[in-house]
Design a protein around this ligand. Sequence first.
Ligand SMILES: NC(=O)c1ccc[n+]([C@@H]2O[C@H](COP(=O)([O-])OP(=O)(O)OC[C@H]3O[C@@H](n4cnc5c(N)ncnc54)[C@H](OP(=O)(O)O)[C@@H]3O)[C@@H](O)[C@H]2O)c1
Length: 335
Amino acid sequence: MNNVTDPNLVPKFKFYTGEEVPCMGMGTFGSDRFTPEQVSEAVAGAIRAGYRLFDCAACYGNEDQIGQVFTKAFNEGVVERKELFIMTKVWNDMHEKVKESCRKSMIDLQCDYIDLFFIHWPFPNYHAPGCDADARNPDARPFSVDEFVATYGRCEELVEKGSIRYIGISNMTIPKLEAVLPRLKIKPAACEMELHPCFQQQELFDYLVAHDIQPIGFMPIGSPTRPERDMCPEDIADIQTPEMKAIAEAHGIHPAVVALKWAVQRGQIPIPFSIHEKEYVSNLESTTKDPLTEEEMKLIAALERNNRLVKGQVFLWEGAKDWHDLWDEDGKIVE
Ligand SMILES: NC(=O)c1ccc[n+]([C@@H]2O[C@H](COP(=O)([O-])OP(=O)(O)OC[C@H]3O[C@@H](n4cnc5c(N)ncnc54)[C@H](OP(=O)(O)O)[C@@H]3O)[C@@H](O)[C@H]2O)c1
């Protein structure tokens, strides 16, 4: 493979413990479009290309195949387990069975520990993978501080047992964090959240930085291949904006790579996905050279359009108005 990036040259961000992690990882959500085999093949290629951080999840339905790839890479001496930073997540229907969910992910990923284990969504509201955007689960309920703290406590037990090294939260809001943080024994190391030029979540981003919780940005390119059901007519395509195209042209790179450079320079860890070698190679390589100028960073900061792509409507409970209720936009937890 050409253009392998030396993992030692990839800049690092520091967790609150002082541990350093790569400033970019690879996403593994096949998005209804790519098979587990295509995704795991990309993971194999990405390890060879120099990626050391991988974002997995039980609900992506491909941990089994990715685990085979990890083991093969270890056996072939491409990389050692301790050089990888493997993240996975407990899905909504397993909040009461966190231990079982973690054990299944460990078996599937063929790992005897997980580096960072996320609570994927702060609600236990289950919806079947691939269901329609207007599907509703009659058992869905609003966010509960007590339930969340109990789920998080089950993750804390996994840290104490040595099954996981860090706990992460995902799809959270400031009001929810304000309510739960004082009640957690072990501080979350990272928060996975939607972040791309037209959706920057500046307030939440600043809150996390102030609390020494590392922001990890999902859909960093604006997820052009997201499932149909997550596409709305009002959505903006970040990488098609004239500003992103102009910056890309000035650097001789794809606008997708501009979005990733912006992410890393801003201070979040983007986890772009691609099954195409040329793309994932250039994505990682972008962290080591030709940074955006201050001017370009400012231009991208001004692209904020509050354009949330993952609205989460399938998690709504009876009585909820619409998807805005999931995001506590008035500064209070919507119950
Ligand atoms: N915690 C959560 O709730 C949550 C939610 C969503 C996602 N995630 C995580 O975030 C990861 C990333 O999100 P995502 O996969 O939805 O979106 P994304 O990374 O923003 O976009 C992925 C798409 O961008 C295109 N792309 C990638 N690199 C490119 C390049 N260099 N040049 C041109 N196009 C490029 C590819 O499309 P083509 O194939 O057309 O080239 C690829 O399918 C997921 O895989 C998952 O691990 C987490």
